[in-house]
Write a protein that binds this ligand. Sequence first.
Ligand SMILES: *Cc1c(COP(=O)(O)O)cnc(C)c1O
Length: 385
Amino acid sequence: MSLGFSTRAIHNGEEPDFRDGASGDVAVPIHLSTTFAREKADSPTAGYEYTRSLNPTRKALEEKLASLDGAKYGLAFSSGLAAASTVIISLLKAGDNVIGFDDLYGGTRRLLSNVFINFNISTTYVDATVPENIEKAIKAETKLIWIESPTNPLLKIADIRAIAGIAKRHNLILVVDNTFLSPYFQNPLELGADIVVYSTTKYIGGHSDTLGGSVVLNNEEFYKKISYNQNAVGAVLSPFDSYLTLRGAKTLAVRMEQHQKNALALAEFLQSSPKVKRVLYPGLKNHPHHDIAASQTRGFGGVFSFELEGNLDDAQRFLSKLKLFATAESLGGVESLAEIPAIMTHASVPKEVREKNGISDTLIRISAGIENTEDLINDFRQALK
Ligand SMILES: *Cc1c(COP(=O)(O)O)cnc(C)c1O
């Protein structure tokens, strides 16, 4: 019997332990021990030796994360970028080329362009909203395609099935960073991706109080390489952060529904304001890729962006007038956040690249929280005034 999403989110990885002497915890304990005693010196009891290699709290989370995407394997990392780094060092070597979406998360772009380039792993950026652009960019050295859908902050959509087809034809690895929709709304493995990466800092943790990342996949060979290197470089999630992420994951479904409800209501409200130039949210019928988004997801998430009339000062003034939206980077927590990508999350992207890609000074990104919808709309109304 295949269980529904919330049932898996609550139960998988956390079946109570009824063995002799076990306490039957309904929530998995935080196992702080860094080392595990053996009954016999020649083999670790229950497989545990040292927490970097395997820890019971992290293992519970890894099982839960795998189940949310219907994947065979899950791994929990100390951050989303630790997950990304470990995928890259595990599957690529000097001389290889990556094709990346030109609207990737700023930190991923920084990692590829400023760090891995020093190890002679190059990245070619293309507008992946047109799958043919990826096909055209493939070189003999290309090994991997790295996309997000929707992207950040422009909410562009990549046709994941079409890109997976290109990857298969050219024998390339397709990685999808699925942070924005979470496994509740989108499962890239089912659309043909080889590897899915998350910043669990965002929706899966969900409460802006724990940093983490994950990788889920079905391919055993890739799993072995990535888990070997995760242990080798030590990019593991701590037991306490594993516990917080386990706790967050249980309510992912109910939170995602309210995030989405608020995002759609706010996006529709802004669309009717003369002070707003454009609203970017894949859930709006007028979004250029609404149909592709709808064909590969079960929902459109809680993040959207909009462009205010005016200049950077006006954008900053609008943010300073908001009472319920904190001006802050990040997204995916229960509380609503607002930010200006040009001077915050995407300040590390060169200005000419930002402008070419459409990240103007008055572009504002909103992470709709799960507060009451009316309160958020009223806050926007008074701040726009
Ligand atoms: C935040 C984020 C990351 C990086 O995750 P960290 O947990 O901050 O390292 C990667 N991709 C996306 C889409 C993100 O939003």
